[in-house]
Design a protein around this ligand. Structure first.
Ligand code: NAP
Ligand code: MG
Length: 538
């Protein structure tokens, strides 16, 4: 349990349900800890299932009867843009809060705030530009396709990019006319609560964007299984993703999953040496390695292996690890004691498996959850440290002899999120990128990504895509509309026609009826029977 120094003011937060700032119905709270100092910085409500039910009721009301889905795209876009402006105005303060609650460097958090604002701006614009289509079908028919919102959407997000992951979900969801309940990771809910304040301030209608803070195993689970929730968009671990898919099956929910990775970063001998070294370091140590797309498996051509590893290790040893808000820090702490324990466990496993520890492998002395940049060399891709996601500053380096082997090693994983290749040979780069079974790839760089491009994984790294036009599509249902242009009857069932006055569907009066006779055509008679129940004007 984190200690509370006397001089630290603890921030008290409420959560945002049905347009109101509220405590949990039973008053329970949970603490938010600054991993740079291992001190409690805030308390947030720990929601009950009753609170979650109220959020679903409010969301249902907002979607089924409220104004939001009925506004046009221009009006919705204007509100999202206003929120984006407010995020930019408050970027410094929000970035500090992000750094404090989950330990990423301020220099990284401030970039996240810019990206967050841009994501809202991007979808505000995109939705105005995204219509349906008309189809060239045979016959005298106008056939078209329109997109409509899915309904009540739930976002369940991880702690590594709290604000950005919320934006990747909320921006396309709200732009498309859905409503959203956001359940942030328990360790890092603060900036998402600030986001709810921003939406309240710019005038988003009640129940359109709600933030509920509480345990994933309880609240997240309840929302994922709820029959009145139409879609769950989840980012997090493979294990929880699978669970959410199973829960969603109960009412055949739409499910979007952005899960883990163990992404290959392939360096050929003909790569620019300095750029590749830099890319390998950024690939694994940015965000303290707590990045789903981290280049956590470095696959290096044997011809340069020794020189490359030597330089890499000396550069990693020089990385300054320190508090997230310290300007000198080059790598922040891990998010929590639990994550530190996970990293320590994997380093132990790596040693036991016979991987060679070239640098790192220890937590730093003192308060806070700091761990050394760590590199295992001469790793076999079959080892657990090469197959399982560690989600920390631990790199495994694997040598290869030729292009074919590099691709085999790269794809020998249950994951398929990202991958990169470093070479000056353009055709080789394209061959390798084409062969990678992964959704996000880079050539001669690592990590840059754009709101305009689809984000998501192959294999067990996920289902569906966030961002870009693809991300907007996920938050829509597609409806086909077919309009007959002739006014003519389809003319399939003609036998009873003479009993009818054209177009009027007159009911044959009872006095004109006679009982069935043997061998009589029953189809005619049954038509009369059916039409007896017709109401005038049908
Ligand atoms: P996690 O344990 O799966 O948690 C993610 C979210 O799910 C949290 O909000 C958590 O709530 C909630 N949750 C936990 N159990 C749940 C359940 N039974 N039902 C519904 N929700 C539940 O993942 P994490 O440790 O926070 O994040 C790390 C993982 O996320 C890594 O595997 C990483 O690769 C992945 N990730 C992927 C991407 C991507 O874009 N592909 C991006 C970032 C992270 P609590 O916090 O209350 O437990
Ligand atoms: Mg924390």
């Amino acid at each position: 349990m984190a200690a509370v120094p006397n001089d630290t003011k603890i921030l008290e937060y409420q959560m945002f349900i049905a347009g109101e700032w509220v405590d949990a119905e039973d008053g329970a709270v949970s603490e938010v800890v600054d991993p740079s100092t291992d001190t409690t910085i805030a308390r947030v409500p720990k929601a009950t299932v009753g609170d979650a039910e109220r959020a679903v009721r409010a969301a249902r009301e907002a979607f089924d009867h409220g104004p939001w889905p009925r506004l046009n795209a221009v009006e919705r876009g204007a509100l999202l843009r206003a929120a984006a402006d407010r995020i930019r105005e408050r970027a410094d303060e929000l970035a500090r809060l992000e750094s404090m609650q989950m330990g990423k460097l301020y220099s990284e958090a401030i970039v996240d705030m810019g990206d967050t604002a841009h994501t809202f701006d991007y979808y505000a614009g995109l939705v105005q530009d995204s219509g349906g289509e008309t189809l060239n079908v045979p016959g005298e028919t106008m056939s078209m396709v329109v997109r409509e919102p899915v309904g009540v959407t739930v976002g369940i997000t991880p702690w590594n990019y709290p604000m950005l992951m919320a934006a990747w979900k909320a921006a396309p969801s709200l732009a498309a006319g859905n409503v959203m309940i956001l359940k942030p990771a328990s360790v890092s809910p603060l900036t998402n609560l600030e986001l709810a304040k921003i939406f309240e301030e710019v005038g988003l209608p009640e129940g359109v964007f709600q933030v509920i803070t509480g345990s994933g195993g309880e609240i997240g689970d309840y929302l994922a299984g709820h029959a009145d929730v139409d879609m769950v968009a989840f980012t997090g671990s493979v294990e929880v993703g699978k669970h959410i898919m199973r829960k969603g099956a109960d009412n055949v929910k739409k499910v979007g999953l952005e899960l883990g990775g163990k992404s290959p970063n392939i360096v050929f001998a003909d790569a620019d040496f300095e750029a590749a070294i830099d890319g390998a370091l950024v690939g694994i140590f940015a965000g303290t390695g707590e990045v789903c797309s981290a280049g956590s498996r470095l696959i290096v051509e044997r011809a340069i292996y020794d020189r490359f590893v030597g330089e890499l290790v000396s550069r990693a040893m020089a990385i300054k690890v320190g508090p997230a808000l310290d300007e000198d820090s080059e790598m922040g702490p891990l998010v929590s004691q639990q994550q530190l324990d996970t990293v320590e466990k994997y380093v132990r496993i790596g040693r036991e498996e016979g991987a060679k520890l070239a640098t790192g492998g220890r937590r730093l002395e003192g308060r806070g959850f700091y761990y050394e940049p760590t590199i295992f060399v001469d790793v076999d891709n079959k080892m657990r440290v090469a197959q399982e996601e560690i989600f920390g500053p631990v790199l495994v380096v694997i040598p290869f002899d030729d292009e074919k082997q590099a691709v085999e090693i790269a794809n020998d994983t249950i994951y398929g999120l990202a991958g990169a290749v470093w070479t000056k040979d353009v055709t080789k780069a394209m061959r390798v990128v084409k062969a990678l079974r992964a959704g996000i790839t880079w050539v001669n760089t690592y990590h840059p990504t754009y709101s305009e491009a689809p984000w998501g994984g192959y294999k067990q790294s996920g289902i569906g895509r966030e961002l870009g036009t693809y991300g907007l599509d996920e938050y829509t249902e597609v409806k086909q509309i077919n309009i007959d242009l002739t006014d003519a009857p389809m003319g399939v069932y003609q036998r009873g026609k003479e009993k009818n006055v054209a177009g009027s569907r007159r009911v044959v009066p009872l006095s004109d009826r006679r009982p069935f006779r043997e061998g009589e055509n029953k189809a005619d008679e049954s038509w009369v029977q059916f039409c007896e129940n017709c109401k005038p004007g049908m």
